[in-house]
Design a protein around this ligand. Structure first.
Ligand code: SAM
Ligand code: DTB
Ligand code: SF4
Length: 364
């Protein structure tokens, strides 16, 4: 049985990533089998509870207000709307709902109170609940934990060096701090990144160093292929090759043996054979449903057909960790502190982000 190491170096990770493919696959599939049932895949449904109008400048993101993209923005959904969507997700075979909000960070107040109620509601449906709401303080993480949150998603997205080429409105260290805040609670950590943003293989390895040296390692690591959306600074990026995706999944599996590796955005561009290779390499989680947050994803029926063909079964909820208890709002031990943390604002200039912003000004 391979043991979990927290001292991986970039060079070691590059050596793994660049192995002859058959050796890489054999090694990752072997490690995968030691730690997981190779025929089980965890299925999550994404729900964009607040869409668009985000103040950040993430170069990949169609929800950044400063770029001109073709998405429909929406204010925060109601608890009832979220419950109805969660019931649909459960009926279609998902064990987890992941609620995403186009926020830079969480602010205490009515909207966060509503999100806490959404968490309570979904946990009571006996589904795993995940949120991705931007940066959060320790107090906010505790309040989410108390409501019954199972996982918090907060991606590192790339290496610390390449992060600066993609986002100028926040710093890599803010991401690490939020992950640290989540770690102080009982909530599991979901953190990964995107490939295909023009980064070097060294940056992919750098991101994997940052993730694998966290102790404990994230319970879930999403690997997204960039969905290049018109109007964003990264609109002209070429689609990621399936070979890069397979290498990234296999390398992640080898250095983070216990983690659930999530084959995330970009599956509409992958053949079934390509996805099968990713599952063989150690991916054991997907997002299901015909929409990710704002972009298309394969239809649930298509995915279920693929599962049948490959002999894969959806994972039941709370297999890896017990269901958290939900504390009702009136019994809460935590007060909203109304803190205003000084998250970083580097505000350096990224030429392609500036160009996309200028183009948007002309079009709007
Ligand atoms: N606003 C919060 C934040 O940034 O943490 C949560 C939502 S944000 C959309 C969640 C993640 O979606 C990002 O960290 C990024 O990894 C992923 N993402 C966004 N746009 C993407 C795209 N075009 N292609 C692939 N992944 C994308
Ligand atoms: C993650 O790593 N990928 C998901 C989820 N976590 C929140 C989001 C993918 C978004 C793709 C672009 C969109 O649909 O807006
Ligand atoms: Fe906003 Fe998150 Fe999109 Fe960045 S990735 S623009 S923070 S929604």
């Amino acid at each position: 049985m391979s043991e979990t190491r927290h001292n991986w170096t970039k060079e070691e990770i590059l050596d793994i990533y660049n192995k002859p493919l058959m050796e890489l696959l054999y090694e990752s599939a072997t490690i995968h089998r030691q730690h997981h049932d190779p025929n089980t895949v965890q299925v999550s449904t994404l729900l964009s509870i607040k869409t668009g109008g985000c103040p950040e400048d993430c170069g990949y993101c169609p929800q950044a207000a400063r770029y001109h993209t073709d998405i429909e923005g929406n204010d925060l959904m109601s608890v009832q709307q979220v419950k109805a969507q969660a019931l649909r997700a459960k009926a279609s075979g998902s064990s987890r709902v992941c609620m995403g909000a186009a926020w830079r960070n969480v602010k205490d107040g009515q909207e966060f109170d509503d999100v806490l109620e959404m968490v309570r509601t979904i946990n009571k449906l006996d589904m795993e609940v995940c949120c991705t709401l931007g940066m959060i303080t320790e107090n906010q993480a505790q309040r989410l934990a108390e409501a019954g949150l199972y996982a918090y998603n907060h991606n590192l997205d790339s290496s610390e060096e390449y992060y600066k080429e993609v986002i100028s409105t926040r710093g890599f260290e803010d991401r690490l701090e939020t992950i640290d805040n989540v770690r102080k609670t009982n909530v599991t950590v979901c953190s990964g990144g995107i490939i295909g943003m023009g980064e070097k293989v060294e940056d992919r390895a750098g991101m994997l160093v940052a993730l694998s040296t966290l102790n404990p390692q994230p319970e879930s690591v999403p690997i997204n292929a960039l969905v290049a959306v018109e109007g964003t600074p990264l609109e002209d990026q070429k689609p990621v090759s399936i070979w890069d995706m397979v290498r990234m999944v296999a390398t992640t599996r080898i250095i983070m043996p216990e983690t659930q590796v999530r084959l995330s955005a970009g599956r509409t561009e992958m053949s079934r054979e390509g996805q099968a290779m990713c599952f063989f390499a150690g991916a054991n989680s997907i997002f299901a449903g015909d929409k990710l947050l704002t972009t298309p994803n394969p239809d649930v029926n298509e995915d279920m057909e693929m599962f049948k063909q490959l002999g894969l079964n959806p994972q039941k909820p709370f297999i890896k960790k017990m269901q958290p208890e939900t504390v009702e709002a009136q019994d809460s031990q935590y007060q909203a502190l109304g803190e205003k943390p000084k998250w970083t604002r580097p505000e350096h200039t990224i030429d392609r982000n500036e160009d996309a912003k200028q183009k948007a000004k002309v079009l709007k």
